[in-house]
Design a protein around this ligand. Structure first.
Ligand SMILES: [Fe+2]
Length: 115
């Protein structure tokens, strides 16, 4: 979220990392994306699912497309419900290790579906 930009940049700096990709799974009225600000501050690539209308995206990803980031693979899965634009990302899709869903899926529930 946009209001957390300084926190995000602080984490990257504390860990001694260089941000090369930033991905949002979705946006809506109360989650204003920080992607544009992150891109301006770090020159990273910004990505979201192809249904996003955000203007700060360097790369739109489609269902089943795989992002390659420094030896890691993230496969995009279209996961509507919480919002019509939501995508989730599976880490190491050939032998899945994790899935990043944001609030599309929560432990014991899902994010609201009325956005
Ligand atoms: Fe959300």
């Amino acid at each position: 979220m946009k209001e957390h930009l300084r926190e995000y940049l602080g984490i990257v700096e504390r860990l001694g990392l260089r941000l090369v990709h930033a991905i949002d799974i979705h946006t809506h009225a109360d989650h204003i994306t920080a992607l544009g600000d992150l891109r301006d501050a770090t020159h990273c690539c910004t990505a979201m699912g192809e249904r996003s209308k955000a203007e700060c995206i360097s790369r739109s990803v489609s269902e089943g497309e795989t992002l390659h980031v420094d030896g890691f693979q993230l496969r995009a899965i279209y996961t509507p419900g919480h919002t019509d634009e939501s995508f989730s990302f599976v880490l190491s899709p050939n032998a899945p290790e994790a899935v990043f869903t944001g609030d599309v899926l929560l432990i014991g529930g899902t994010g609201r579906t009325d956005f």
